[in-house]
Ligand binder design. Structure first.
Ligand code: ADP
Length: 518
């Protein structure tokens, strides 16, 4: 076949300048006639075939590139010639190389298809690069799914934000539950944290700093979770003026809770320590007083024995005896107080009416001696507390009520109950000497006696306070002042298992909420 027979009129390869351009390409370019014979091949195609251009001319393309990436039927030039439309394909050869092949139909001046052009480019490297990028993306996706942190990526110019699926699920939402915009973040912030958090974010963008922020965000259930947000400002153009903020969200609610519990425990321990210090100071001071008395009167006794004065000797011995009695009482109450910190069996439901009745019976002697009338309300509730300790509370309060009755002609003690917003309040009311408002907190302190000449140790109300506090309740006193009687009030903590717990009787008068307790 003569070269001229294969020539397609007007084919571009005839212009030397065009040939030079085609020769400069990395792609293999073949000009084929409609029988797939090579009319012209550029330098890259010749190099690929390992043949000179003249030798390729007239050869059938698929014979030269036997084992080429495409079976002939699939060849895009064959399809371009058949359909009159350009076609392209990407194929991988068995040796793992990847190719892009484009077939283009060529027409003569009359518009008849006379052949085609095949352009082939090896894209193995591009494919490998794409694969590497895809692998990286997949790894990133897996890492995001596995990570506990939610990821966000904020563009301050458009105010668009990418929120990772974990960002949503961390707060209990479905992934993509909200639009991926800045306003979504703002809207979910706790109203009290919003202004500060927003200000800080924009500040960091301005200063191009990384940041750590802690705030609360609304979860799907409506509750707020503590979130730690860490972020960094990134420049995304050469000028460095377009900035993005990229970072993570971590739910630190449990950590916060643990911190708060620890702080509360530390606070409680500090309070206990301070109380112990006060206690030790007061105890050593008060225990010393009878000792000093004993020591002093032992000296006097010695003198009086030498002088042979039986009256004074008896008096000395009486005072020494009283001092030892007082010391014994003090020691007993100190031991009692130390025991009161330990609770016992709060689950047993006990009738407060029974306990109050028993306490009154134990104080029967002083009550009778003073002629005090006692009434106990029939509707005292069942309480979930330690019976022995509650008995001590009532006993101390009733004993005090008798002790501080003064010269009341019609002495009365009423043990009752009233309802308040904080639950039932148990009251022990007397019509005795009363207490000035300024002493109403102080009397619950250790060894505090308003009248040190009175018999007593100043430990009774400290013990009451300790027992009530250990039960989760509060104690306080109400008195309109001297001569107006006193009402000691206390609550007990919530029962361990609620609903059928302390059954109150008829609701009494609804008193005010307890004031700051002792
Ligand atoms: P004590 O009775 O051993 O002195 P408490 O701790 O029981 O110690 O009481 C502390 C102080 O509170 C008493 O010294 C007394 O001044 C005052 N007080 C306690 N109960 C009453 C009461 N019902 N009426 C008036 N004052 C009281």
């Amino acid at each position: 076949m003569k070269a001229d027979d294969m020539h397609v009129s007007g084919a571009p390869h005839e212009a030397p300048a065009t040939e030079a351009v085609l020769d400069s390409l990395l792609e293999h370019v073949l000009h084929l006639d409609s029988g797939m014979r090579i009319l012209w091949a550029n330098t890259a195609a010749c190099a690929s075939a390992g043949m000179a251009r003249e030798d390729l001319r007239g050869q059938r393309c698929h014979e030269i590139w036997a084992g080429s990436p495409l079976p002939c039927g699939d060849c895009p030039v064959v399809r371009a010639i058949r359909t009159g439309q350009p076609h392209d394909v990407e194929k991988t050869t068995p040796d793992g190389r990847a190719w892009y092949i484009r077939g283009y139909p060529l027409r003569d001046d009359a518009g008849r298809i006379r052949g085609g052009v095949e352009i082939t480019l090896e894209i193995t490297q591009r494919r490998q690069a794409e694969l590497a990028v895809r692998e990286k993306e997949e790894r990133l996706r897996l890492a995001l799914e596995a990570a506990n942190e939610g990821l966000w990526d904020f563009d301050p110019q458009t105010r668009e934000v990418f929120y990772s699926p974990r960002w949503f699920t961390m707060l209990g939402y479905e992934p993509d539950a909200f639009p991926q915009v800045y306003e979504t973040w703002l809207e979910l912030l706790h109203p009290e944290d919003r202004a500060v958090a927003e200000e800080r974010v924009w500040e960091h963008i301005q200063r191009r700093e990384s940041f750590n922020l802690v705030f609360r965000m609304r979860a799907a259930g409506g509750d707020y979770r503590w979130i730690l947000a860490k972020g960094d400002v990134m420049s995304c153009n050469a000028g460095g003026d377009t900035r993005r903020l990229v970072g993570t969200h971590v739910d630190i609610t449990d950590l916060k809770r643990a911190q708060e519990e620890r702080q509360a425990l530390v606070h409680e321990l500090e309070e206990k320590n301070a109380e112990l210090e006060r206690f030790l100071y007061a105890a050593s001071h008060d225990l010393k007083t009878p000792l000093v008395t004993i020591e002093g009167f032992l000296g006097l006794l010695e003198n009086d024995l030498d002088a042979g004065d039986p009256t004074r000797r008896r008096e000395d011995m009486r005072i020494i005896h009283e001092a030892t009695e007082r010391m014994k009482r003090l020691l007993d109450e100190v031991i009692e107080l130390s025991r009161a910190g330990r609770v016992i069996d709060p689950r047993a439901g006990i009738s407060l009416r029974e306990v109050a009745t028993e306490a009154v019976a134990q104080v029967a002697g002083p009550l009778r001696a003073r002629g005090v009338a006692v009434s106990i309300a029939p509707d005292l509730p069942i309480a979930y507390c330690d019976r022995v300790r509650l008995l001590e509370v009532f006993q101390n309060l009733v004993e005090n009520a008798v002790k501080y009755m003064g010269d009341q002609a019609d002495p009365r003690i009423e043990i009752g109950i009233r309802e308040s917003a904080g639950g039932p309040v148990i009251t022990v009311r007397d019509n005795g000497i009363g207490i000035e408002p300024r002493y109403q907190l102080k009397i619950f302190d250790l060894f505090d006696q308003l009248d040190p000449t009175q018999e007593g140790t100043g430990l009774g109300l400290a013990l009451v306070k300790r027992i009530v506090t250990v039960h989760g309740g509060r104690v306080w006193v109400e008195s309109e002042g001297p001569g107006r009687g006193a009402t000691f009030c206390f609550t007990l903590g919530a029962p361990p298992e609620a609903p059928d717990a302390p059954g109150g009787g008829e609701p009494g008068d609804t008193g005010p909420d307890p004031p700051a307790s002792a």
